[in-house]
Design a protein around this ligand. Structure first.
Ligand code: DQA
Length: 229
């Protein structure tokens, strides 16, 4: 039961008043609110889902959020034919399925105190729509393997730029070491970074880099062509 402070209002959160009858009621209230705030902090950081917000540690709180309900997520987006991973040219793309890659990425992000959502489509307009939805979905970083659209899609590039969405470009293979037409990417110059040639490990590296970026470790904060010298 909340107890009354001598000469003051009932103590917040049921925390007992520190004051004794000879203390100034205002000083008592200051002490009490400091104690209440310390207890709240301890409670919020120890409780995995407090008020529906994932708060694993103070370090995982995103400095770019303006309030507790603006916790940012990661979006893992995969383009055409990546739904076939596991059976598609395993000598180039590996034996892991997309479902397994996504599951690992979700778990890794969770370990880092972040929520990661996954989406794959073979259709350019669906990928554009998903990118346009990023702000409403509270996406802070896009991890994107655009597949063959890497080499063709001005529309997807424009969507990333329009949403000012920090993006990490991922490829299972190393397109620079393959056919000439794969050397052109519409994303590399607007990405925070590019990870290619490491198979499924690339997605893991990208999740780690994205979490580091959100924690404030990266220099560039939004996608955009590099400034001219
Ligand atoms: C890819 C490389 C692209 O050139 C290709 O079209 C893909 C996959 C990769 O992950 O290595 O579909 O993005």
């Amino acid at each position: 039961m909340p107890r009354a402070i001598p000469g003051g209002r009932p103590s917040a959160l049921g925390i007992r008043a520190l004051g004794r009858s000879h203390e100034d009621p205002l000083r008592v209230r200051d002490k009490e609110s400091a104690l209440a705030s310390a207890r709240f902090q301890a409670f919020a950081t120890k409780t995995p889902r407090f008020l529906g917000i994932r708060v694993n540690s103070r370090a995982s709180l995103d400095s770019s959020t303006r309030g507790p309900f603006r916790m940012t997520r990661l979006l893992l987006l995969n383009g055409p034919n990546l739904n076939l991973l596991g059976t598609r040219e395993p000598g180039i793309y590996g034996a892991q399925t997309l479902a397994a890659i996504e599951q690992q990425a979700v778990q890794l992000a969770r370990d880092e105190g972040r929520e990661l959502v996954c989406f794959q489509s073979n259709a350019e307009h669906e990928l554009v729509a998903r990118i346009q939805q990023a702000a409403a979905d509270r996406i802070g970083v896009l991890i994107f393997n655009p597949g063959a659209f890497t080499h063709t899609s001005v529309a997807l590039r424009d969507a990333v730029l329009a949403m000012r969405l920090p993006m990490i470009e991922v490829h299972l293979s190393n397109p620079q070491a393959r056919e000439e037409f794969r050397r052109k990417s519409y994303f590399s110059d607007i990405a925070l970074g590019v990870i290619s040639g490491f198979g499924a490990l690339g997605y893991e590296l990208a999740v780690r880099a994205a979490c580091r970026h959100l924690a404030g470790g990266a220099a560039r904060t939004q996608a955009g062509p590099p400034a001219s010298p």
